[in-house]
Design a binder for this molecule. Sequence first.
Ligand code: ZN
Length: 459
Amino acid sequence: MRADASAKQLFLRHALLPGGWACDVLLSIENGFVTSVAENASSAGAEIISGVALPGLPNLHSHAFQRGMAGLTEIRGATQDSFWTWRQLMYRFLDALTPDDVEAIATFAYAEMLEAGFTSVAEFHYLHHDEHGRPYADLGEMAGRLAAAANATGIGITLLPSFYNFSSFGGAAAIHGQRRFTNDPTRFLALLEKSRAAIAGVDDAVIGIAPHSLRAITPATLHEVLASFPHGPVHIHVAEQVKEVEDCVAWSGQTPVAWLLDHESVDQRWVLIHATHMTVEEAAGVAASGATIGLCPLTEASLGDGIFAGPSFLNAGGRFGVGTDSNIEITAPGELKQLEYSQRLRYRIRNVVARNEGQSTGRALYEHALAGGARAVGRAVGSLAVGQRADLVVLDLAHPDLAAVSGDRWLDAYTFVAGRSAISAVWVAGRQVVEAGRHRRHASIVARYQRTMKRLVDL
Ligand code: ZN
């Protein structure tokens, strides 16, 4: 889906601008980007949007294919279930996935993201090879399928081919279940170039890299890859699991976050996914580095990872955004709510992310996730301002939870009460992709997804 090349104007009755709430905003758009913003303007000649217009939220962490597993891992096994038993099931599920399957599932997941308040996605892409672990004739085959899913739905994409070389700290050989992920640095860098070519046909797409985790690399191979990618986003899973932290200490004498801060030039282009288990000193170190932390609250809850140390990171001025990760449930307001509620449960206090008296928690969560998400995806998104992509999520002012309130309370109602049911329309790059809460290609995308899942579940 290409951006609309023609110039157009949208008239927003209510909008959240960088300076706060505004009325009667005239947004001029060319080639998908905002060229001017005028408040208290006339609507003459413009398309009128009468709801509450928010900048679309970036989803900074997705493994699209995992959407197909949602709901399939909720039966207790013979041993105590954990992240690690879930991972065994995930490896079995992807044994059967073809490129067509991945495209069908990713298209469905991306359409759902748009319906649920996300207008960009950072796809942490590690399913590279065929079911036998052999590279496809085109190393970028799977990257092309994700690009096709982005084009079919209109979502903005940052594609992050994942560098996955080993099974555990210190270069332990990859196991059978990881055969579709693994590359040495040379083949990974070739795959990166194929992936760059694969997204060339997607408007405004960005390429980054994703060293999978410190488990999956050695320092030497990580350095080789980073040396060949000096600019652009770098995402890595870190300190998600207690066992991962313990194994890292056994290997290096340091926790994963401390090791990264000590050994790599962690800066603003880095995104540390999860960082669930951090000391106060590590939280301050990450905040000072300028890196963004990518929180995935629904997945972290689903997998029993633990709860992020929110207050110490916020006190240090840290930057975060949110991601849907396993895509167990795709919802932008739901991720923000789970984040705040998990903090309340851990610290037994309320309104944790809002830092000042009188501040709205819904707005604090949303603005943190906009700024951190925009940094993480490395694209001009996250605010309704000149030079930014015209990505809008419009809330329905007739929704019973929004009708009687205004300003920040719209965001509190959206986040904590109404959720995605409050979304009426979504625009990406100046083009409407969701109307009446549904993606415009909803029916055909769902039909293809259902055919795919019927076959996969019956296998
Ligand atoms: Zn992940």
